[in-house]
Design a protein around this ligand. Structure first.
Ligand code: DMJ
Length: 442
């Protein structure tokens, strides 16, 4: 599957950010700006390396060496470029030892730094790589920055300071943490929106899915990546998770544990595909949890994995919808037409993999295999892999996008699920939110 995805991108989309596997041409979205930055190459490198696809890896390295140029007049998402490009380049560097990846990661990080020039030091969502001018998404509550965006820089920036000896990156992310620590949190929850000019929260929405997700993930992973020395991060994670469990996690009438979304004091009984990563996060954070609640968190991870598997199993294609409800007799099923799509996302398989590593219960391999077969059956087209618009339809239509995270995450987690535990052991490696492994800094 990786060969099929890569070879088609190589043939039809080379150098573009992503591939349109049906039109057989390059694809890009506004998160990458208007330049051809080869997002799929950078995102896929470590997967190629891990799978032993060394010729493909070398081709990618050569393209990066000769063509990847960040001095372009292009406005990109700071978060996306950090998790996919900086994370991807750093992982490729650590795995292969090739200096070019480190050099490019540091060059790119320098281009992101102007995004932090705000009255509070909370970065803008977007920055122009050439001019350094930053701004926020027009749709985000009252000019706010997004929790999952400014809160998902820590792992990569700590590594950048470690590799360069320059504290500037570390200082930027620690400043964000200190600021967050000082703020009041409604019901102990972190709202998704924070205004970088005023330092005030925007709308009181809290989510473990889109807009919130990887902020919580990075608190836990900052602690793991520091060889468990960063106890401040662990405490913030424990506090946040306790509040989430109290206010957002519920059991449906049918006995499925789900994580809802908190909107101005009201719990929306809806869970996103993105939220399904949390099963793996709870399992990963079980060891070291407060009050010896390791068993509890491993169980919670297992329950989320089960719920997310049900969201797949209750569809025609056996692929999960973007969001599913637990309301009025509906259980783990999408209701609105615009929530029925599957865009090759990794989160459910990611959780299967973590649960497999921690329990070795064969059902996780079984579930991963079901998902792999469904992707191969319904998302494979002759020009690559495509997302599908309706997982409940027996004749689905395609969205014609091969997302870069399909190669970075979905296929990597599947491969790891069927590999031995000594391939990237979790005692030595921590995966960033785009599945790029970074070493623990002992
Ligand atoms: C990826 O880019 C990352 O996993 C991110 O944290 C969330 N969204 C996508 C995949 O669904």
């Amino acid at each position: 599957m990786m060969k099929h995805a890569w070879d088609n991108y190589r043939q039809y989309g080379w150098g573009h950010n992503e591939l349109k596997p049906i039109a057989r041409k390059g694809h890009s979205t506004n998160i990458f700006g208007n330049s051809q930055l080869g997002a799929t190459i950078v995102d896929a490198l470590d997967t190629l390396y891990i799978m032993g696809l060394h010729d493909e890896f070398r081709e990618g390295q050569e393209w990066i060496d000769k063509n990847l140029d960040f001095s372009v007049n292009s406005e990109v998402s700071v978060f996306e470029v950090n998790i996919r490009f900086i994370g991807g380049l750093l992982a490729a560097y650590y795995l292969s030892g090739q200096e070019v990846f480190k050099i490019k990661a540091v060059q790119l990080a320098g281009k992101l730094l102007p995004a932090f020039n705000t009255p509070t030091g909370i970065p803008w969502a977007m920055v122009n790589l050439k001019s350094g001018v930053g701004r926020n998404w027009g749709w985000a509550s009252a000019g706010s920055s997004i929790l999952a965006e400014f809160g998902t820089l820590h792992m990569e920036f700590v590594h950048l300071s470690y590799l360069t000896g320059d504290p500037v990156y570390y200082n930027k992310v620690m400043h964000i943490r200190k600021l967050l620590q000082k703020m009041d949190r409604p019901n102990g929850l972190y709202p998704n929106y924070l205004n970088p000019r005023t330092g005030r929260w925007g709308q009181h929405h809290t989510s473990v899915g889109g807009l919130g997700d990887s902020f919580y993930e990075y608190l836990l992973k900052a602690w793991l990546m520091s060889d468990k020395m960063d106890t401040e991060a662990r405490k913030m994670y424990d506090d946040a998770i306790e509040a989430i469990e109290k206010h957002l996690i519920r059991k449906s009438n049918g006995g499925l544990t789900f994580i809802g979304e908190w909107k101005n004091g009201h719990l929306e009984r809806k869970m996103g595909h993105l939220t399904c990563f949390a099963g793996g996060m709870f399992a990963l954070g079980a060891d070291g949890s407060r009050d010896d609640k390791a068993g509890h968190y491993l169980q919670l991870g297992a329950e989320i994995a089960h719920t997310c598997h049900e969201s797949y199993d209750r569809t025609t294609l056996k692929l999960g919808p973007e969001a599913f409800k637990f309301d009025g007799g509906v259980e783990a099923v999408a209701v609105r037409q615009n929530e029925k799509y599957y865009i090759l996302r990794p989160e459910v398989i990611e959780t299967y993999w973590y649960m497999w590593r921690f329990t070795h219960d064969p059902k996780y391999r079984q579930w991963g295999w079901e998902a792999a077969q469904a992707i191969d059956k319904y998302c494979r087209v002759s020009g690559g892999f495509s997302g599908v618009k309706d997982v409940y339809s027996s004749s689905p239509t395609y969205d014609d996008v091969q997302q870069s995270f399909f190669l970075a995450e979905t296929l990597k987690y599947l491969y790891l699920l069927f590999s031995n535990d000594d391939l990237l052991p979790l005692d030595n490696w921590v995966f960033n939110t785009e599945a790029h492994p970074l070493p623990v800094l002992h």
